[in-house]
Design a protein around this ligand. Structure first.
Ligand SMILES: Nc1ncnc2c1ncn2[C@@H]1O[C@H](COP(=O)(O)OP(=O)(O)OP(=O)(O)O)[C@@H](O)[C@H]1O
Length: 266
């Protein structure tokens, strides 16, 4: 499913966070948003996921405005995992993943055989079958994050929005989550827009990177086009060396903070 954002203006009250933001996520691709803390990445995902109403502009899914879509129909096409998500720790993994079937339920809203099959398949995909009867409160951070992603997958979306899905995870779990997303993208053709803070992880798993700063999109391109010292200096105010791994993926090594020319003038 193709996602297009056009001339988006959004914020909170009088505070404008996004001003004229545009981006395209081609069908079947993984696009990652990068930018400093507070630049509006989560706000952008919230507007796309219809958790926040924009002041103006368009969000189009396969050419159709999301803000005109019926909520249940939209939830069958798009799933969002916000940065902070809460559920009672008392529910089991199986129950949490079952919540993902809500938009598909009919009649009295009970799970039917097909819903149960989807949940079982998603648990297999995310390697949670063994843990299905465990309470969320008893899971490790990585297992819990996998359970949340499994819940969004049970929605069987064509577009997945993930806000910092690897935060608080150790390096192995970070890779596991990213490999899971990549695998789902390849096998199911899932279109993904996510926010990551780890530039090397982002370069490894994304088809395209988009940078955001001062309310606007600054750059969009392949990891090779975006992971460049001058871009990292502009966006994050850091100095960095960029190397290319044996697999052709660029990675960066931070070497210091960049001087801010405005501060120099004062
Ligand atoms: N509910 C809210 N009410 C008022 N201001 C908000 C609200 N949510 C976010 N903001 C402000 O909007 C700006 C953008 O926040 P947002 O969470 O979108 O940034 P971000 O790029 O996702 O940041 P981070 O990398 O730290 O997660 C920040 O200045 C933030 O303080």
């Amino acid at each position: 499913m193709k996602l297009e954002v056009q001339e988006l203006r959004a914020g909170y009250g009088a505070k404008l966070v996004l001003d004229g933001v545009g981006l395209t996520v081609p069908e079947g691709s993984i696009v990652t948003l990068l930018g400093p803390n507070g630049c509006g990445k989560s706000t952008l995902l919230k507007v796309i996921g219809r958790l926040l109403k924009p002041k103006s502009g368009n969000v189009l899914l396969d050419g159709k405005a999301v803000h005109a879509c019926d909520t249940a129909a939209l939830a069958r096409r798009m799933a969002i995992l916000p940065q902070l998500h809460h559920a009672s720790g008392e529910i089991t993994v199986n129950e949490l993943v079952g919540f993902g079937r809500f938009p598909h339920r009919t009649g009295l809203g009970v799970m039917n055989a097909h819903d149960r099959e989807v949940v079982a398949e998603v648990l297999r995909m995310t390697r949670l079958t063994e843990l299905r009867n465990r309470r969320i409160a008893t899971l490790s951070g990585g297992e819990r994050q996998r359970a949340w992603i499994a819940m969004t997958l049970a929605q069987q979306p064509q577009l997945l929005l993930l806000d910092e899905p690897t935060t608080f995870l150790d390096i192995r779990c970070q890779f596991e989550i990213i490999e899971l997303v990549r695998d789902l993208n390849r096998r199911l053709g899932l279109t993904v827009l996510m926010v990551l803070h780890d530039l090397n992880l982002a370069a490894r798993c994304s088809d395209r990177l988009v940078t955001l700063k001062d309310r606007k999109v600054r750059h969009a391109g392949t990891p090779q086009e975006i992971l460049r010292p001058e871009i990292l200096r502009e966006i994050f105010e850091i100095e960095a060396e960029i190397t290319t791994g044996k697999d052709g993926v660029p990675y960066f090594i931070p070497t210091g903070t960049a001087r801010n020319p405005q501060e120099d003038r004062q």
